[in-house]
Design a protein around this ligand. Structure first.
Ligand code: S3P
Length: 223
């Protein structure tokens, strides 16, 4: 059943609401033991998958890039343009350090966040880290749909992504779980992440509320 989506701010400092095709979050079927941090390269689907996963689990979704934008009062391309990448990395580290608290939720990192050793250690300690691994072709196809990524501006996306795969994949491999994503609808990746989380016992099935259990038992018993 379609239901109102979690509030998201990805790509702009304004808050908007999206519809989801996944489960109704008011009555989650799952219990999430720890926060989930999604990592992976640009185009791996972290935000889209994270938002849908959070909806399915009935928990909050936070997009780290959107939090950085909100804190800075400007978009990521503007931060890069005005202050440069080192400044962005410092803000990224600071903002993420404030995010891990409260009830478990789903957090999507920007592609470079897990590369910072401090942020990486924090994510490993405070959450279950999930790498959305995708091959070059999938990433190149996906990033072509959006032109708001400063690292790809005026550059050949294939070259940049290929270099980033070399540099970052050995580090992403430190994630607790790895889920391969292909050129398929994000719902497929959501299902695969959920399966990986269930196997790792990070997610368990929620028992139905007491009243419904008793009603089910009474309905089944002879009068
Ligand atoms: C970056 C990825 C971006 C964003 C910034 C830098 C990176 O996030 O944080 O442009 O270093 O890979 P997405 O991975 O969500 O595109």
């Amino acid at each position: 059943m379609a239901s109102e989506g979690a509030q998201i701010t990805k790509g702009s400092t304004k808050t908007r609401t999206r519809r989801s095709v996944l489960a109704d979050s008011s009555n989650p079927r799952w219990r999430l033991r720890r926060t989930v941090t999604l990592i992976g390269l640009m185009g791996s689907g972290k935000s889209a998958v994270g938002r849908r996963l959070a909806q399915e689990l009935g928990v909050r979704f936070i997009d780290a890039d959107s939090e950085i934008e909100a804190a800075a009062g400007m978009t990521i391309p503007e931060i890069f343009e005005k202050f440069g990448e080192p400044y962005f990395r410092e803000r990224e580290r600071e903002v993420i350090a404030r995010l891990y608290h409260g009830e478990p939720f789903v957090l999507a990192f920007g592609g470079g966040a897990f590369i910072n050793p401090e942020t990486r250690a924090l994510a490993k300690r405070e959450s279950v880290t999930v790498w959305l691994r995708a091959d070059l072709e999938v990433l190149v196809g996906r990033v072509a749909r959006k032109d708001s990524r400063p690292l790809l501006k005026n550059r050949d996306p294939r070259e940049v992504l290929s270099a980033l795969i070399e540099q970052r994949y050995p580090i992403y491999a430190e994630a607790a779980l790895t889920v391969d994503t292909r050129d398929e609808p994000h719902e497929a990746a959501v299902r695969n992440v959920l399966t990986a989380l269930r196997h790792a016992r990070e997610v368990t099935r929620q028992r139905p509320p007491r009243r419904r259990r008793r009603a089910a038992l009474t309905a089944g018993s002879p009068s």
